[in-house]
Design a protein around this ligand. Structure first.
Ligand code: GLA
Length: 695
């Protein structure tokens, strides 16, 4: 019984997940407040926490009336924190006054209806839990009932974080080619906001935060994530008295969303999770949630992919691609993806975006022959597209200059020489679906790499397009998937600019970063791993020196870093030596052996500083354990370390690749001597260790 009414207290409910409980009530004055969020409580204890509050020292008119315990603090009345809902009614009236109207609840879901009858606003708070995940999903629907309502903010809800003595936050921030860099520190008093104003999830931050005071494998962690792929805003407030709450929602400051009478706006879900067991347990719970409730094909093994981008850049020809395809097939690659440069007049990044037919000079007879050959080589076929974009130098833009985001009388700023098509417009969506559907059907494509390479600018005239664009993209992806059941989609946005639970609901993998330098990738992958599962993390082995950083890294290390996710190859295979090709084939074969463990296993980050010093990641799935250990720099002063494993059965025995058998306890408490962490020698040493639990 995941959602139940609490006996003895009116309008009070408890939501139970397998190991947590969430208790809330709708108070007489219309506020919906949280009484408890923590480890699972027995039914009798629920009645004890509901209504039990210590009143503050200064419970007077000088300080807010506990708005940080509300699930949806509105801009109105005696509240001075960050509002989760801000509305302007007819005549410019603000100050929202909600009263409780009704509640509906079924096994997994609670809907609380609140009304502001005077000005005609209806707000529904939704809460949903699953019986196989500790993640709680909450979202909000606002409806203008009698008069127009302008919404300045409609968050998916606020998440009060039960008091912690010294709250520490963990989040990720970064940039292009430097995505998901972990940031951790004391949560400052005041307001800490992570946000994107780009129209996408963004490279600069990712929509989640964790609050706790925890280590990698111990301590309680509260996490909130937003399942949304457009602009967003997440604010963690910490009052000087100690209260903490996190409000998260779509959009960013300064937007105004107008609802006519009868119109509604539904937010994307914000997800809350409490775990004991440190950031490691939190990550594993998020990964489980992604596999059980987000990813469309979670149990499917991801194919080893080849992508031509870093091999040919814009210089795409049929012969060139075929040459790469033959080499890729010999390596054991299973999916061949043709990247940018195949269509319209696209010979560089200044032209052609929007003209989605094979470049007539490069593919005079179309691309069927190329894809047929790819299939004959035993691989699936994929194609890069960037459906939301147009170069001003394109037939599409010449025909439909009004389809792009723009304001009358304002410049149309380009970035990477391109403009953004407005997917909130039905005719733009219809056009996109038409050619994407045709391409997928005509070429029997198995895979689109869906790219989105620039941020919004001059986005007008209706602020609702900030939501409508993202929903439009979702709708096209959903429809394409429905029409082509075998089609898989990779989300890319100049690398990792659009990775989130909204996107993962309709894509199968994400391109983690344009930065394929193995060393820098380690830190990017570490940040990614806090929320998102390894099976959805696309990682390529590319050339050395790396085209972005110029760093030289041995092939083995590059493979071992890329094998930590969904492995791909993106190097210029035409220039790899016979020795390199043979080594690559061996790594790919080894990866195919371990990939169910990596892609679907429980992930343990075994310490160290990824990309900086010794580090390791471990995956456990059924009876197998995979460890990838790294040591990028030789330092003769380093003492040899054993690598202590985690998450094993203490009493069970595990056989290593040399046939030696170890107790789980030995591996976890004494540790394993892995060569890269042990002997001194060259830089960039790495190991792949596979252990199998004895029956
Ligand atoms: C973006 C992507 C790259 C590649 C190029 C093509 O930068 O992240 O992987 O597809 O676009 O222009």
């Amino acid at each position: 019984m995941p959602v139940v009414a609490v006996e003895g207290r009116p309008r009070t409910w408890a939501a139970h997940t397998p190991s947590s409980t969430y208790v809330l009530s709708a108070e007489e004055d219309g506020r919906v407040v949280q009484w408890y969020w923590g480890p699972r409580l027995p039914a009798a204890a629920v009645a004890e926490v509901a209504g039990d509050r210590v009143s503050g020292r200064f419970a007077s008119g000088f300080r807010p009336d506990d708005d940080l315990v509300e699930l949806l603090p509105v801009d109105g009345g005696r509240r001075w924190g960050v509002p989760s809902l801000q509305a302007v009614y007819e005549g410019g009236v603000r100050s929202v006054e909600l009263t409780f109207d009704s509640a509906e609840f079924t096994a997994g879901r609670l809907d609380l209806v609140l009304l502001d009858p005077e000005y005609g606003l209806r707000v529904v708070l939704h809460l949903r839990v699953h019986d196989d995940s500790d993640v709680i999903e909450r979202w909000v629907t606002a409806t203008a009932t009698t008069g127009p309502v302008r919404l300045l903010r409609l968050d998916s809800g606020s998440w009060p974080v039960p008091e912690r003595a010294d709250p520490v936050y963990l989040g990720v921030a970064g940039d292009w080619a430097l995505e998901t860099q972990p940031h951790r520190g004391p949560l400052p008093v005041g307001e800490t906001t992570f946000t994107s104003r780009t129209g996408t999830t963004s490279h600069t931050a990712n929509p989640w935060i964790m609050i706790g005071d925890a280590g990698e494998e111990h301590g309680r962690v509260y996490g909130v994530a937003l399942a949304w792929s457009g602009s967003w805003r997440l604010t963690a407030q910490r009052r000087a008295e100690g209260e903490v709450a996190i409000t998260a929602g779509f959009g960013h400051d300064g937007l105004a969303w107008d609802l006519a009478p009868g119109e509604s706006l539904e937010t994307p879900p914000a997800l809350g999770l409490v775990t004991d067991g440190g950031y490691g347990a939190a990550g594993r719970a998020w990964h489980d949630y992604a596999r059980r409730h987000v990813l469309p094909h979670p149990r499917e093994v991801r194919p080893v992919l080849y992508n031509s981008w870093e091999a040919t850049w814009f210089d795409v020809t049929e012969d060139g691609q075929l040459g790469l395809a033959r080499r890729a097939a010999e390596l054991g690659v299973e999916l061949f993806v043709v990247d940018d440069g195949w269509f319209g007049g696209r010979v560089d990044d200044r032209r052609g975006l929007g003209d989605w037919w094979p470049n007539p000079e490069r593919f005079p007879d179309g691309m069927r022959r190329l894809f047929d050959e790819v299939r004959k080589l035993g691989m699936r076929a994929g194609l890069w597209v960037e459906p939301e974009m147009v170069n001003p130098d394109s037939d599409l833009y010449r025909a439909h200059p009004d389809w792009v985001l723009h304001w009358p009388g304002r410049r149309r700023d380009t970035a990477r020489n391109q403009l953004v098509l407005n997917y909130a417009r039905p005719e733009v969506r219809e056009w996109a679906l038409g050619w994407l559907d045709r391409l997928a059907g005509d070429y029997r494509l198995d895979y689109f790499k869906w790219d989105m390479n620039r941020s919004f600018t001059q986005a007008g005239p209706d602020d609702l397009l900030w939501i409508g664009h993202t929903r439009g993209v979702y709708a096209i992806m959903d429809e394409l998937r429905a029409r082509h059941r075998g089609l898989r989609i990779e989300s890319c946005s100049g690398g990792g600019g659009r990775i989130d639970f909204g996107m993962l609901r309709r894509t199968d993998v994400v391109w983690t970063s344009d930065n394929t330098d193995a060393l820098e990738r380690q830190r990017i992958q570490q940040g990614y791993s806090h929320l998102y599962p390894a099976g959805a993390m696309s990682c390529w082995v590319t050339d050395s020196p790396n085209p972005i950083t110029g760093r030289r890294v041995p092939l083995r290390y590059r493979f071992h870093v890329a094998m930590a996710g969904a492995l791909g190859v993106g190097g210029n295979l035409g220039e790899w030596t016979a020795g390199e090709l043979a080594e690559a084939a061996a790594h790919i074969a080894a990866y195919k052996e371990i990939r169910p463990v990596v892609q679907q296993g429980r992930l343990y980050r075994l310490g160290g500083r990824p990309g900086g010093e010794r580090s390791a990641v471990q995956y456990v799935h059924e009876d197998r354990v995979v460890v990838l250990a790294y040591n990028p720099f030789t330092d003769r002063r380093q003492a040899p370390w054993r690598l202590r494993l985690a998450g094993l059965e203490p009493e069970a025995r595990y056989r290593d690749g040399d046939g030696r058998v170890w107790h789980g306890t030995t591996l976890m408490e004494h540790g394993l001597a892995v060569p890269s962490w042990w002997s001194s020698g060259d830089d960039y040493r790495s190991d792949l260790v596979v252990l199998t639990r004895e029956p």
